[in-house]
Design a binder for this molecule. Structure first.
Ligand code: SF4
Length: 344
């Protein structure tokens, strides 16, 4: 069994009380069945609180009922009462894992830390594109299950992903041009021809999609309101933004591209690249509308995109549907958008 890690994985530590966001607020915590069973047995006051807090949501998942948009166990010191009272091992799977992402392919596992967490996003954006090198360990104590993918297709996907990474790492060409090049490459690999299309993705298309989504956090609501209220567009495209686009793009392709090896649909490889391109469009549009030049504020937008869109099942499903069916979000239309903002 091989384990694969991105370069910033090992450096991650939860910064708890110093976190500008926290995964303990404005988010539904789903409790896994094993933890539900464990929490039913806890005695004392904490046991009573645990049993009172667990409710079943509309999807049939057991969740902790939020109190004032916060996890009911997140205390005034911004620490977790379950962790404090019962130890780290007692945390449910959601809390134990976040922001770690584990993708088990059977004979190899890829790990990442999700930029939905501000600290993980910060560590990612501190890298340079050249530092984006995956490391591999042999891990004999983890016995792999039989891989359920076609070996030839997986090899092809790995080769393709390497080419996409190389594009985004090549800093001799602006990042937006490279994102466009990635969209063109996957389009060629699918043998898909859009014919001659003059579709262009506009900022109105992007804002209209974002405004139609479910909103989880107050900060995202405020960002969208400011973008709506300020039609004046002034994009400040600097070297830091160029670097962020490359790193965010590689991280997203790392998490999503190989999963397409399970699909019989040859067009499946378009989606991860369109998803990364759409995230870039979102950050460009929002930073332009609210005139952000500050790296820290922009980092918050990258992070909230992941938290609001990728981590919300309904929002992600809707975006995937739009990317597949809406001409304004086709690969050619996204390339046209990048050209219109002057980077491609
Ligand atoms: S969002 Fe990240 S840094 Fe913040 S509390 Fe959660 S795991 Fe820790």
């Amino acid at each position: 069994m091989r384990e694969i890690y991105p370069p910033h994985y090992a450096a991650f530590h939860c910064i708890a009380g110093a976190c500008p966001d926290s995964c303990c607020k404005e988010w539904e915590i789903v409790v896994d069945a094993e933890s539900v069973e464990k929490y039913q047995m806890v005695s004392g006051e904490l046991g009573n609180r645990l049993r009172q807090a667990m409710i079943t949501d509309a999807d049939g998942d057991v969740i902790f009922q939020e109190r004032e948009k916060r996890c009911p166990f997140w205390n005034a010191q911004q620490l977790c009462d379950i962790h404090g009272g019962l130890g780290e091992a007692a945390l449910c799977e959601t809390c134990r894992q976040f922001p770690r992402v584990t993708q088990d392919y059977g004979d190899f596992i890829e790990y990442d830390i999700s930029p939905a967490c501000p600290e993980a996003a910060r560590l990612l954006m501190e890298l340079t594109p050249e530092q984006w090198l995956l490391s591999e360990n042999d891990c004999p104590e983890v016995t792999g299950s039989f891989p359920e993918y076609d070996g030839k297709i997986m090899q092809q996907r790995k080769d393709q992903r390497r080419i996409l990474f190389a594009c985004l790492q090549d800093t001799s060409v602006p990042a937006l041009k490279q994102i466009s090049h990635c969209l063109e490459l996957v389009t060629q690999w699918t043998d898909f021809s859009e014919g001659t299309s003059d579709a262009i993705c506009t900022e109105d298309d992007i804002l209209s999609f974002l405004n139609g989504c479910e909103v989880l956090t107050e900060d995202w609501k405020m960002i969208l309101t400011r973008a709506r209220e300020n039609p004046e567009v002034s994009l400040f495209y600097d070297a830091a933004l160029d670097k962020e686009i490359r790193l965010f793009g590689m991280d997203m392709l790392y998490r999503y591209y190989l999963r397409t090896a399970y699909s019989d649909d040859p067009f499946a490889i378009l989606l991860p690249v369109q998803l990364a391109a759409f995230a870039v469009c979102t950050v460009l549009t929002l930073t332009a509308h609210i005139k952000i030049q500050d790296e820290e504020q922009r980092l918050r937008i990258w992070q909230l995109f992941v938290k609001e869109i990728e981590y919300d099942g309904d929002n992600l499903e809707e975006l995937e549907w739009q990317l597949e069916t809406n001409a304004a979000f086709s690969p050619a239309a996204l390339c046209a958008y990048f050209e219109s903002v002057g980077g491609a």
